[in-house]
Design a protein around this ligand. Structure first.
Ligand SMILES: O=c1[nH]cnc2c1ncn2[C@@H]1O[C@H](COP(=O)(O)OP(=O)(O)O)[C@@H](O)[C@H]1O
Ligand SMILES: [Ca+2]
Length: 491
């Protein structure tokens, strides 16, 4: 009689099958349970109403992870046609109309079912700050017109307002460091340098700054469990368009009919209006008495003379603090890397000077040669570049160099710490993203709790434990195992 193999009893077969099914089920559940859900996105829209133009930015983030980290991205941007909203003071309704095309684009870009819940913000910067100083009722009327237009959109309009200089600087810093994932990881932060048309901002964290010496320059943040004492300052009138007005005003103090400007190319020759040049609070108090209606603006193309006249709009003579940048404004010691964006990037990119490993002396030499190039030749070489921008790159490059070195005290050693940037991981560097993250509470003060194990680790551990349990179970059935030693068979 053949001895019955204990492995072939119905009980052990059933137990084994159930065991295998249990392991497969356990692993499947572990995998499925933790599998990321099909991505659904939420959206936010910010309109940057700058002094020279308005731009619309659309941001998106996974719906399930609102206040998780580093996940908000810019998906689209739209440049509003025409000038900045502050230029519509005399025809405010056109300020509202000007936004129509970009709002239409936004309607197509954000899925229809998300429209109602998508917040829409408009933040205005130095152009509106200046208009507000000059004529506050005119700025109110412009705001009223853009608000009316935006309320008609299907989005959840959260209001239009002027950002303070501190906000503009601080949110630019938040944007840069958020996109670089520096806040979440508690890494050394990057300073932010923003050059606009009407104002310019510098923001950075410095060990020797706690805000006590100059509280108006301090912004305290607690982000992802880390405290930051940010130094920030916005210089109104030191954006590159207003700085150019100040430089021209410097050269037209006596109200001449012609000026020979070292910051413009030789052969440049334009007739300009005194009233237009002095139509800004940055220069209006300096308008020469008895000047003619127009002046002839001629280029001379001399970099070193341009440097001198640019320097003359900075005041380095007084400082009631331990140290200053310029105009008596406190500035702690520069520290860490810096990202320079907006007009810093446009200008340095055009001049092929974004590489900051180029020594400052070489930068000066390149500007000397560029500024002295005849205007006809410049126009010929760049037929596709807007003439207004093209005419001003010599001035703008000289201004940027002066602002960075004489103004903020960057030296040959610290200049390479600056990176001229336009975008970080696909999102534009600027204040808009930081502004939206703040208003939607999307950066938590404390570090979010994260699961102790990543998904793959969790699944592997569950699988290993399941297999171990199964093996243990089989071992526990040992008494039922067939004998290994051969038994004499009874026939
Ligand atoms: O392609 C370009 N080349 C040169 N400058 C540019 C270009 N695009 C924008 N800009 C300049 O960048 C600056 C943007 O300033 P913005 O309009 O944001 O003013 P704000 O920040 O002072 O309110 C303006 O001076 C504008 O002329
Ligand atoms: Ca700006």
């Amino acid at each position: 009689m053949k001895e019955k193999n204990p492995w072939h009893t119905p009980v052990t077969i059933i137990i084994t099958v159930i065991g295998v099914i249990a392991i497969v089920a356990l692993v499947t559940v572990a995998v499925l349970q933790n599998r990321p859900l099909a991505q659904k996105y939420k959206y936010g829209i910010v309109l940057d109403a700058g002094s020279s133009h308005t731009a619309l930015y659309i941001y998106e983030w996974p719906a399930e992870k609102d206040n998780n980290t580093g996940r908000v991205e810019q998906t689209h941007s739209c440049k509003v046609k025409g000038p900045g909203i502050s230029s519509y003071a005399s025809a405010p309704s056109r300020a509202g109309e000007s936004l129509r095309d970009c709002m239409q684009e936004a309607k197509l870009r954000v899925p229809g079912k998300r429209h109602l819940e998508t917040p829409l913000y408009l933040g205005a910067t130095a152009g509106m700050r200046l208009l507000n100083i000059e004529n506050s009722s005119a700025s109110d009327v412009v705001f009223h017109a853009v608000e009316e237009a935006l309320q008609k959109s299907p989005f959840s309009f959260q209001g239009a307002r002027i950002l303070s200089g501190q906000e503009e600087g601080a949110f630019g810093w938040v944007t840069v460091n958020y996109l670089d994932d520096r806040l979440k990881q508690g890494l050394e932060t990057t300073g932010a340098l923003d050059l606009g048309g009407a104002s310019t901002q510098i923001s950075f964290v410095s060990d020797n700054f706690d805000g006590s010496e100059s509280p108006e320059n301090a912004v305290a943040f607690r982000l992802y469990g880390n405290d930051y004492n940010l130094y920030t300052h916005s210089f109104l009138c030191y954006g590159k368009d207003q700085a150019l007005r100040m430089v021209l005003a410097q050269q037209t103090q006596s109200g001449p009919g012609t000026i020979l400007d070292p910051c413009f190319h030789p052969g440049y020759n334009e007739t300009k209006n005194y009233s237009v040049l002095y139509d800004s609070p940055c220069v209006s108090d300096r308008k020469p008495q008895g000047a003619p209606a127009t002046f002839t603006h001629l280029g001379k193309g001399n970099f070193s003379q341009c440097l001198d006249v640019v320097k003359s709009i900075f005041n380095f003579t007084y400082c009631r603090y331990s140290q200053c940048s310029f105009n008596g404004v406190f500035q702690p010691l520069l520290q860490g890397p810096f990202g320079a964006f907006s007009a810093y990037y446009f200008v340095m990119n055009f001049l092929n000077l974004t590489d900051t490993s180029i020594p400052l002396d070489t930068v000066r030499k390149k500007l000397t040669s560029y500024c002295s190039t005849p205007w006809d030749q410049i126009k010929q070489q760049h037929p596709d570049v807007k003439v207004k921008y093209l005419a001003e790159y010599c001035f703008s490059g000289t201004y940027i160099l002066t602002l960075l070195t004489e103004g903020y005290n960057f030296t040959s050693e610290s200049y390479p710490n600056i990176k001229f940037i336009k975008k970080i991981k696909g999102s534009d560097a600027g204040w808009t993203l930081g502004y939206m993250l703040n208003l939607t509470n999307m950066i938590p003060a404390e570090a979010p709790d994260s699961p102790p194990l990543p998904h793959a680790g969790y699944v592997s551990i569950v699988t290993v434990i399941a297999i171990l349990l199964f093996v243990l179970f089989i071992l526990s059935l040992r008494p039922l195992w067939p004998r290994c030693s051969k038994q004499p068979q009874i026939i």
